[in-house]
Design a protein around this ligand. Structure first.
Ligand code: BGC
Length: 823
């Protein structure tokens, strides 16, 4: 913020505005931006999703975005410096795309692996979420781009997310779900918070008393509270709560503020002083991002994006199993002494699944699939998908998609007015279409009644292609002027907007083509039949080339594995399985992927399974395969990072930020009962529940192997009474293997004789160390005061006495023990 934008200056600007001007500022101007107000030097301030990349105002291939590894992956690095650097990279992206405020990070917790946005949140543990979140926010905001910490609070699952009322006890709310927000507001200094759709203990969050009582009064928050998109439901109640900005806008189209709020102020139902405070917070945010008086925003240094994303993805991969040290593979030459042919198997190996679904989706400039990455590393790779049956058909793409004149991968879009006049056109490089903020190129959405996409589809081989569309509304598909279908596709009644966007209905029609044959394709769409017609529409032109049945594909993959030196099977989910807008109902890998793994492993004992999902999936064959590498949604450099880790060019640096369960037993459900979602499990989520029940997960919280081994040699606990801020612990570890490596040293606290109910143990601090073979390193870890406090009777309290401490490499492997007595 510039020095001349001090509090007095900001307040004097508020005082210069009429009530009409002030109220106008409190609802967005459009889908992403706030209103400018030249009278007080306020320019248009732009917000944009999201956690895995900065989308910008256009949501398609014309405005690409660096796609960083999913937030679960960022947390799996347990590396605050690295995550801070990703924050700075996102800031540079934001400025490049004209964005001032990022709608991230998402710091809801992994209450249950079913949560649809699990991939978008960091961890099941509040301390790890807080540390990673603070680093992310500082990295971003130090470069002058605002963070929006979301979704405040208890939006930990998606089922009925717009209306569910979460019932939660005060202690669980404080110790788990509010804890990351508190740390990020207090230490990270977040400039914006997003109030969620759901309610907590009887009030919808945009009207919740928690906003003022906790954010303002307790935490001294001076930033802005915006609503989640369309979450503002009431005029007076939301205005009297500490909600400052209703998004999106304009008020005439969305949300209950605008004129209704003006009336409420005039009628004395909402005090004008409250309005002034909201406007002040908007101006403060604008000043911070360089949005006042023509101030030039900070220009963050452009990052070496590819290098940074590749290294970060590798640092997030969790090596969960590595029998007989199969990994790293010896890659000393294609067919050379070390490694012969690699059978790369699985549908996720060919199409890079680099992010989850929903508002966090961006269009990367490129993606590196595992197949691309392994080939680029010089390996002799043969690919077989193995199974395809579970996948939604992908959008038409090269080499099949061509421009109507045959000159390149193009689709031409033409827009028509209600009178049938052509009023605009776009040339597009992809067949995924999403207009969310009107049809910018050609004017107001109301003018567009119908649109047409035309392109050329060329067959690479003879066979039956499936051609079609996914979207909502009326679609007419024609090839060479013959109508394949003319249908209105409708969405499931009661579907959430996220589900509508990520998994709309699909209509396919078979099309027999000879090798090299091309057809002109025209897809017509009546825009006014789209549920998004108020601000645009969205759909994809789909194309599936010929392929074998699942049985045939599986047989081919198994034969390939049997005849190869090593088999790498990439299993996983997709953005349509893990998405905003709905929860998963099963943690099993979709389709026949489990069967594929078992058959491949039976055919080749040197089988490595790479799990490409943003959240835990069940791996019932885990002890039957030689190696398991958990790789999340790895961002655009996924395949290169995978090659680096498989070949040992990079260490698999990740440790689990969330427990990986062996079965679906005992996991908290996401389905509200009559609109109420009760967090009956209280404090016992993730490892806290497994430890209490004595249940063994498949892989415990904090776990991950790396390519070297470590001994934990000593722990010293130093409680400096002059420093009540925390307890200092020193842990000595030695790299006992033959490679340099990185270890995440974790310290857990427990209180066996506690007078209050507590988890068996909880994460109290952590630090990463790097060491060469044979090297001993001592790492200091400060355990914050809060790690020893619990919430009771309306405040934080310390139960005086002795806390046990344990240090090790995961919540289930804690060889060193110590204790600290606190008064
Ligand atoms: C999501 C938010 C997102 C917003 C704007 C909402 O549906 O819950 O996380 O920032 O849309 O895209």
């Amino acid at each position: 913020m510039r020095d001349d934008h001090d509090e007095a200056d900001l307040r004097s600007r508020v005082a210069r505005l009429s009530i009409e001007q002030k109220i106008r500022l409190l609802t967005g101007a459009d889908f992403w931006a706030l209103y400018p107000e030249p009278d007080v030097g306020l320019r248009r301030v732009v917000t944009s999703d999201g956690p895995a990349g900065v989308r910008g105002e256009t949501w398609d291939e014309r405005d690409t975005s660096a796609n960083v590894p999913s937030p679960t992956a960022l947390a799996a690095t347990w590396d605050c410096d690295r995550v801070g650097a990703i924050g700075a990279l996102l800031a540079a992206e934001a400025r490049r795309k004209g964005v001032d405020v990022l709608l991230a990070p998402t710091v809801n917790l992994h209450r249950t692996p079913y949560g649809g946005r699990h991939f978008e949140c960091f961890s099941e543990d509040p301390l790890l979420t807080a540390r990673i979140g603070v680093a992310y926010v500082r990295g971003l905001q130090n470069q002058g781009v605002g963070a929006t910490v979301k979704h405040f609070v208890c939006n930990d699952s998606e089922t009925e997310r717009m209306s569910a009322d979460v019932r939660i006890d005060e202690r669980t709310l404080r110790e788990l779900y509010l804890a990351p927000f508190e740390a990020i507001v207090r230490e990270g200094g977040a400039w914006a918070v997003m109030a969620s759709y759901n309610g907590v203990n009887g009030s919808t969050m945009t009207e919740s008393p928690l906003l003022r009582a906790i954010l303002h009064d307790e935490w001294g928050y001076d930033g802005l509270v915006m609503s989640d998109w369309t979450a503002t439901r009431a005029t007076g109640a939301a205005a009297r709560a500490a909600l400052d900005l209703a998004m999106p806008g304009p008020a005439e189209r969305f949300g209950p503020w605008g004129d209704a709020l003006l009336e409420a102020v005039r009628a004395g139902q909402v005090d004008e002083a409250l309005i002034d405070d909201k406007v002040l917070r908007i101006l403060r945010l604008a000043a911070r991002v360089g949005g006042l008086d023509g101030a030039r925003p900070i220009s963050p240094a452009p990052a070496d994006i590819s290098r940074q994303l590749r290294a970060t993805a590798a640092a997030s991969f969790v090596l969960a199993r590595n029998e007989r040290s199969l990994l790293p593979l010896d890659g000393s030459g294609p067919g050379g002494s070390g490694l012969g042919r690699v059978a790369l198997i699985g549908p996720n190996a060919e199409i890079a699944r680099t992010l989850g679904g929903g508002s966090a989706t961006v269009y990367p400039p490129y993606t590196v699939s595992p197949l691309d990455g392994l080939r680029a590393a010089g390996l002799d790779v043969a690919f077989a998908p193995g199974t395809l049956g579970h996948l939604r058909t992908a959008a038409a793409r090269p080499p099949w998609l061509l421009r109507a004149d045959g000159s390149g991968p193009r689709a031409d879009v033409r827009f028509f007015s209600p009178s049938g006049e052509m009023i605009g056109s776009e040339q597009r490089d992809a067949a995924v279409f999403r207009w969310m903020n009107g049809f910018a190129a050609i004017g107001a959405p109301e003018q567009v009644d119908r649109l047409e996409v035309s392109c050329l589809i060329q067959a690479t081989e003879a066979g039956t292609y499936q051609l079609g569309v996914t979207g909502i509304g009326r679609f007419r598909l024609l090839t060479d002027e013959a109508v394949l279908f003319d249908e209105t596709l409708t969405v499931r009644k009661g579907a959430d907007v996220g589900e509508t966007l990520m998994a709309p209905p699909v209509r396919l029609a078979p099309l027999a083509l000879a090798a090299g044959q091309s057809v002109t394709v025209r897809l017509e769409h009546d825009v006014h039949t789209s549920p998004m017609a108020a601000f645009g529409t969205f759909f994809q032109l789909l194309l599936e080339p010929p392929h074998g049945t699942d049985d045939e594909e599986m047989e081919a993959a198994v034969a390939l594995a049997a005849g190869s030196d090593v088999a790498v099977v990439v299993v996983g989910t997709t953005a349509e399985v893990e998405s905003e807008g709905f929860d998963r109902t099963s943690l099993a890998l979709p389709g026949r992927q489990d069967e594929l793994v078992r058959k491949v492993a039976a055919a080749n004992p040197r089988t490595v399974v790479v799990v490409n999902s943003g959240a835990p999936v069940l791996l019932p064959w885990a002890d039957q395969v030689a190696a398991v590498l958990l790789t999340w949604f790895g961002g655009q450099e996924f395949g290169n990072a995978l090659a680096d880790v498989l070949l040992g060019e990079a260490e698999p640096g990740g440790r689990l930020p969330t427990t990986w369960p062996a079965s679906e037993e005992g996991l908290p459900p996401t389905q509200p009962d009559d609109g109420v979602l009760t967090y009956t499990e209280g404090l016992f989520i993730g490892y806290r529940a497994f430890d209490r029940d004595g249940r063994e997960p498949l892989f415990p919280f904090g776990y991950g192997r790396g390519y070297t081994t470590w001994s934990y040699d000593s722990i010293t606990v130093d409680c400096d009474e002059a420093n009540p801020a925390g307890v200092a612990v020193c842990v000595e570890v030695r790299n006992t293997g033959s490679r340099p490596g990185r270890e995440v040293v974790q310290v857990y606290a427990s209180r066996p004789d506690s007078a209050v109910g507590r988890p068996v143990r909880w994460l109290a601090g952590f630090a990463a160390v790097d060491a060469d073979p044979g090297e001993t390193v001592t790492v200091g870890i400060l355990l914050p005061e809060r790690a020893f406090q619990h919430w009771a009777d309306g405040g934080w309290t310390l139960e005086a006495g002795t806390f046990a401490l344990a240090a090790g490499s995961s919540s289930a492997s804690l060889p060193l023990t110590g204790a600290v007595t606190l008064k």
